[in-house]
Design a protein around this ligand. Sequence first.
Ligand code: FDA
Length: 304
Amino acid sequence: MEAVLRSMFQSIAKNAAANKLAKKYGLRFGAQRFVAGETVASAIECVKMLNAKKIAATLDHLGEFVFTEEEAKHSAGMCLLTLDYIYTTKVESHLSVKLTSLGLDINKELCMNNMRAILERAQQYDNFVRIDMEDFFHCEAAIEIYEELCKKYDNVGLVIQAYLYRTVEDMERLHQIKANLRLVKGAYKESPNVAFPEKMDVDENFKKIIQMQLLNRYYAAIATHDENIINFTKKLVSDHQIQKNMFEFQMLYGIRVDLQNKLVEEGYKVRVYVPYGVDWFGYFMRRLAERPANSWFVLKNLFK
Ligand code: FDA
């Protein structure tokens, strides 16, 4: 049953018509638990609350299914606006971006130009931008773009997904440029031809890439709510005397708040991914897919 629900939510997340409809009707079905509002101002308020608890943020202006140059320019504009807001309100937050929202499916050069503009603005503000990793289809292009951007900018990082078979090789490749990586399990519906279907194998690969990144002393953002993985990381850094400024834990807005607070109390750097915007549907569906038990919570909200 859980596998069926997971697959169903992952498929709906990719449905353009459902995404469009949801945009029209606004944030609902309990999505507010995972999405920090529809405007940058509302997201900044959430970041202020996190910062008050000594938790840093990375803001993400949600956007999927971008197929025209105009839409890509609008998304890039929203990223610039987000950086402006972070700077003027003095909150502690990075920016996370998705390359498809910046035009990757239209034309790679358009996407590169949008990324350059975002990184220039971030550089002016001494800020940092993380490129999220999307589905397998976009993986190679994302790595190539990241490699190209790293030739000029040092304020950019990438995400790598433990569930892909290619990941260990990608990490070896990215170590040549001392990549700053966020390591995650992976959230998209992928074929067993490209990704481990079993959770146990994903977890093993996750531990392997955490070791690869940290033992080589490259910066790692360990992005997970899985306590086994978090405990594994704590032991690894303690056994190898890895300084606390070489890594951070990251979690998603609205998930395992208790654990976020506990890690801060223990003295670890914690950053929460704070998504906002009208294009919330795909993101929300992927959160339901990760934990189908969340769908009860949606049903409850349907009748509110
Ligand atoms: P796992 O799924 O095993 O969950 C461990 C525990 O965490 C669960 O038992 C539950 O308690 C809790 N939990 C996890 N998900 C939950 C949910 N949705 N609702 C309630 N509880 C939940 N993916 C990707 O493909 N590309 C990317 O760029 C990113 N970026 C990213 C940034 C950050 C900061 C995080 C934390 C995650 C991502 N992800 C991502 C998502 C990631 O790939 C993965 O899908 C989720 O983090 C869930 O996996 P866990 O590692 O938490 O483990």
